[in-house]
Design a protein around this ligand. Structure first.
Ligand code: GLC
Length: 564
């Protein structure tokens, strides 16, 4: 076996345990409205997270990231925030939040909350003030209001299309229009306004003072805008380079905002952390991940890849290089609240590649849109590959972000009647996009009982009958269950964690990847179908039972450091 040159990040010489906690954390994303419902209103709540503190501890994660739990009219699953410094009454109170924080901290679990700075809800006091204040009022300046086009201003100011489909402008009663990158109910804030900047600093301090450990920054690449007239057309926008000067996306000046935030984060001990959700050209990710900016950025490459050795290797290599450039650690994600669950993606035929070799970002959504035809999905293979990919990811240097329910091997729920769908991406592009509800269905905790143990008052999205087989109670302590695999893997990962680098080991097979961490911990993933022979090192964990000392197809094994 020959090895290639090690990939090194600047921290490589430091011992893993001397590094800040977030660099190689495993972070579990909780979508609070779908986790546990303690008051029987069909919506998960903050006391529900507290009630499962032991489950989270046993899972072995280092931190939870909470998707928004703020007051919201739920036009976009809570990403339409009506008050950034409170808890939605349906989810509890600030006192409930403090209790949850205390309970999680007591179990050594850190808490990261979601900040949504690009837009507020149209229910936010500021927007209501802007509506009431009328044309030309100071309150309208906190948002992006413009006169319409056409002889009587009855057409939108531009032909810009929102990310969720349809026009990006909405007319108000007095005839002016406001800009919304996402849903109509999510007016974009004006980041050129000093009060907007001050208010978010206040919000960051509000949660930091309560003891929150870090922040996940929603659409971090869109806040600042250059809206100098005349405004370009959508076609012109599309043709503009994304080089930091684009009027709407990934502008260099957004980092002035984050430099200010950095000063706030560093004002606390330990410094508060942040991770950017920034859908930008790969070469521009390090700006967000640098220690002068947010400090870490999501890398969504794995969640757009097929279960394919070549793609996985390139992605890992590229992202470790990028991490080295920013001085941050890399992040890895297979599933979150915005994409089809990875068990399902891997059980469907591979998506057609775009002409330039890029993956189709929305893999699996066409299957959901078609109502989830059973014949197209290999459920067993999907979960098997998902387990293998997760074990591969958990062996990588850097932070691993997990999404609630993946530890139960859940598939995407396709069988949601249109009338019960909630996601604006479905309503704004009917017949084209089924939306993201299928990964947000309340979790099954028990095989029987109301809402499979989610709560006594039903579930706000319908749970399919097959959820019973995946219930946490069924998998508890069951050897070979996906829940057991996650627990063992996360526990072992802590014990094995080492310096932030890896060395590839050539396996002689294009469909088998092997890498070694500095302490000798080895990870081997067989992406193919033929079993792969391994040496006689001790196998610490494998996603499937080994067959006569060989790793079967679609499986990962972790090997112990050798004694020498
Ligand atoms: C982010 C969130 C997504 C939300 C959007 C608008 O992409 O992850 O769920 O819809 O921002 O806030």
């Amino acid at each position: 076996m020959t090895s290639t040159a090690p990939q090194t990040t600047p921290l490589a010489s430091e011992a893993a345990d001397a590094a800040p906690w977030w660099r190689q954390a495993s972070v579990y994303q909780v979508y609070p409205r779908s986790f546990v419902d303690t008051d029987g209103d069909g919506i998960g709540d903050i006391p529900g997270i507290t009630a499962r503190a032991e489950y989270l501890e046993q899972l072995g994660i280092d931190a939870v990231w909470l998707s928004p739990f703020y007051p919201s009219a739920l036009a976009d699953g809570g990403y339409d925030v009506a008050d950034y410094r409170d808890v939605d009454p349906r989810l509890g109170t600030l006192a409930d939040f403090d209790r949850m924080l205390e309970q999680l901290h007591a179990r050594g679990i850190r808490v990261v909350v979601d900040i949504v700075p690009n837009h507020s809800s149209d229910q936010h006091a500021w927007f209501q003030e802007a509506l009431a204040g009328g044309r030309g009022s100071a309150a309208r300046d906190r948002y992006i209001f413009r006169e319409g086009s056409g002889p009587d201003g009855s057409l939108p100011p531009t032909d810009w299309v929102s990310v969720f489909g349809g026009s990006a402008w909405q007319r108000v009663d007095d005839g002016q229009w406001y800009f919304h990158n996402f849903a109509v109910e999510q007016p974009d804030l004006n980041w050129a306004h000093p009060e907007v900047r001050t208010d978010f600093v206040r919000t960051l301090r509000f949660w930091s003072d309560r003891g929150v450990d870090g922040f996940r920054i929603d659409v971090a690449h869109m806040l600042t805008k250059d809206l100098t007239e005349p405004l370009p057309s959508q076609a012109e926008l599309d043709a503009m380079p994304r080089d930091g000067q684009h009027p709407l996306i990934d502008r260099d000046d957004v980092h002035e905002v984050y430099a200010e935030w950095r000063a706030v984060f560093d004002d606390y001990e330990p410094p508060r952390t942040a991770v950017a959700e920034a859908w930008v050209d790969r070469a521009r990710v390090p700006r967000y991940a640098s220690q002068e900016s947010l400090g870490q950025a999501f890398n969504f490459d794995l969640l757009q890849a097929d279960f394919d050795a070549g793609q996985f290797r390139t992605i890992v290599a590229d992202n470790l290089t990028l991490a080295a450039e920013s001085g941050s650690s890399s992040t890895w994600v297979l599933s979150n609240h915005d994409v089809v669950r990875h068990a399902t993606r891997y059980g469907l035929p591979n998506p057609p590649r775009m002409a330039d070799g890029q993956p189709a970002i929305k893999h699996g959504l066409e299957w959901v849109l078609a109502g989830g035809p059973e014949g197209d999905l290999d459920r067993v293979l999907g979960v098997r590959r998902a387990r293998a990919a997760t074990l591969f990811m958990l062996g990588l240097p850097g932070s691993a972000y997990l999404y609630q329910g993946e530890e139960l091997g859940l598939h995407e729920v396709a069988e949601i009647p249109d009338a019960q769908r909630q996601d604006p991406t479905f309503f704004r592009s009917p017949g084209v996009d089924a939306g993201r509800d299928g990964c947000r269905v309340p979790l099954p905790w028990t095989a029987e009982g109301g809402s499979y143990g989610f709560g006594d008052g039903g579930a706000h999205l319908p749970q399919p009958a097959w959820f019973a087989d995946h219930a946490a109670s069924v998998q508890e302590g069951a050897g070979g269950s996906t829940l057991s695999l996650y627990r063992e893997a996360l526990e072992l990962r802590r014990a094995l964690q080492t310096e932030e680098r890896l060395e590839w080991i050539e396996t002689g097979r294009a469909d088998v990847l092997e890498f070694r961490r500095p302490n000798g911990w080895r990870v081997i993933t067989n992406f193919g179908t033929e079993p792969h022979r391994i040496d006689d090192a001790e196998v610490l964990l494998s996603s499937e039972p080994l067959v006569r000392g060989m790793i079967p197809g679609a499986a990962t094994a972790w090997l112990a450091p050798s004694a020498d």
